[in-house]
Design a protein around this ligand. Structure first.
Ligand code: NDP
Ligand code: GDR
Length: 351
């Protein structure tokens, strides 16, 4: 039985990847941060009691800021494949917490790569790095593996450092290490403060009469939004190749935030213009105007293509929000605002 270790298993991608690897017969180990409240909600459907002898999902406390713990876990688990997904992954928050983002998203990668190297002496470990289209930043679309990097946020700079460290461990030590340069991918499991989930959730709540307005920042930003379960399949495929390399995963279609809102609201018979309002708080000190990827290299190497068009993605996400409201038995009541982290006023956009 193959054994995989996933950092960031409690996140959107980690939970879909755990589903996929369990389906493929893997024993799946995940690193979970200790928290005063449950942070394993996305794993509830696959969680099995630790006393269940047949379980194949095993969770361990750990943190990518804690190097010795990573070495201990790697030595004990002895995985065949390591998927490094843990990150402070919110671009806007990275402007509020640049140092923390550098520590987790940047240095966390080096700590894990070192732990992999230290414990892989007599065996091959395959390592996946969750790299990001954000490393292209201000470079005009379409972007692919040969596009120059022009990061525009502390998050993007930290991810670019992780990208180069991954390449360096591949070239310096012969580690089977790949960068998956993934463009935005979304799902009903997306964090509530990312724009697609925020819009889908608000459209459903407004339809249900729970809220009236949705506050957003830059509606002109263009992103290449795909469906997350297809992207974790691409991560796995990259680790099954004969040789390690770096690959873009993307749909190739760009959509503005405005049009994504249009797709979500029209799905529930509403006009987004009547409900969306502007709030400067959601603008970023430096914005990435347009990311649209070319995944041709992944298609040629392992036959990967995105299959879910953006309008369908919006419908899937809104339908999931409506189903959540129905399951909660929610009647129209006092509005619960769609919020972002409280310190979002701290930095203003430069003139
Ligand atoms: P999420 O924000 O949903 O998940 C991030 C995960 O990292 C969570 O499990 C979180 O734990 C964990 N984490 C955060 N800090 C630490 C830490 N110090 N130690 C250990 N674990 C930590 O991200 P996604 O699932 O959307 O993305 C997965 C990865 O892919 C990230 O690295 C992201 O930057 C990258 N990426 C994502 C894209 C996307 O469109 N989704 C596109 C390109 C790259 P907790 O649940 O406790 O917060
Ligand atoms: P992004 O995702 O920054 O692309 O990073 P996000 O959904 O946060 O923003 C996308 C675009 O929407 C604009 N926007 C808003 N964004 C948020 N969060 N809230 C708003 O109210 C709002 N209004 C407009 C943003 O300015 C931006 O242009 C995601 C993350 O998953 C990263 O971890 C990953 O690396 C990249 O995708 C690829």
């Amino acid at each position: 039985m193959k054994r995989a270790l996933i950092t960031g298993i409690t996140g959107q991608d980690g939970s879909y990847l755990a589903d996929l690897l369990l389906d493929k017969g893997y024993e799946v180990h995940g690193i979970v941060r200790r928290s005063s409240t449950f942070n394993t909600r996305r794993l509830d459907h696959i969680y099995r009691d630790p006393h269940d002898a047949g379980r194949r999902l095993i969770l361990h406390y750990g943190d990518v800021r804690d190097a010795s713990r990573l070495v201990t876990l790697l030595g004990r688990i002895r995985p065949d494949e390591v998927y490094h997904l843990a990150a402070q992954s919110h671009v806007r928050v990275s402007f509020d917490e640049p140092e923390n983002t550098g520590d987790i998203t940047g240095m966390g990668t080096t700590r894990l790569l070192e732990a992999v190297l230290m414990t892989s002496r007599d065996r091959d470990i395959r390592y996946y790095q969750a790299s990001s289209s954000e490393i292209f930043g201000a470079a005009p679309p379409p972007q692919d593996e040969r596009t120059a990097f022009r990061p525009r946020s502390p998050y993007a700079a930290a991810k670019l450092y992780g990208y180069w460290m991954t390449r360096n461990y591949r070239e310096a030590y012969g580690l089977f290490a790949v960068n998956g340069i993934l463009f935005n991918h979304e799902s009903p499991r997306r964090g509530e403060t990312f724009v697609t989930r925020k819009i889908a959730r608000a459209a459903a709540r407004i339809k249900a009469g729970l809220e009236k307005h949705l506050y957003l920042g830059n509606l002109d930003a263009v992103r290449d939004w795909g469906y997350a379960p297809e992207y974790v399949e691409g991560m796995w495929r990259m680790l099954q190749l004969d040789r390690p390399d770096d690959y873009v995963l993307a749909t190739g279609v760009g959509t503005t935030v405005r049009d994504f809102a249009g797709h979500c609201f029209s799905h529930v018979g509403l006009d987004w213009r009547r409900h969306v309002r502007h709030d400067d708080a959601y603008l970023r000190p430096t914005e990435v105007d347009a990311l649209v990827g070319d995944a041709g290299k992944a298609r040629r190497a392992f036959g990967w293509t995105a299959r879910t068009p953006v309008r369908r993605l919006a419908q899937i996400m809104v339908d999931a929000e409506l189903a959540r409201l129905a399951a909660d038995g929610r009647e129209p009541g006092p509005p619960i605002p769609v919020t972002e982290p409280p310190d979002h006023h701290e930095r203003s956009r430069p003139p």
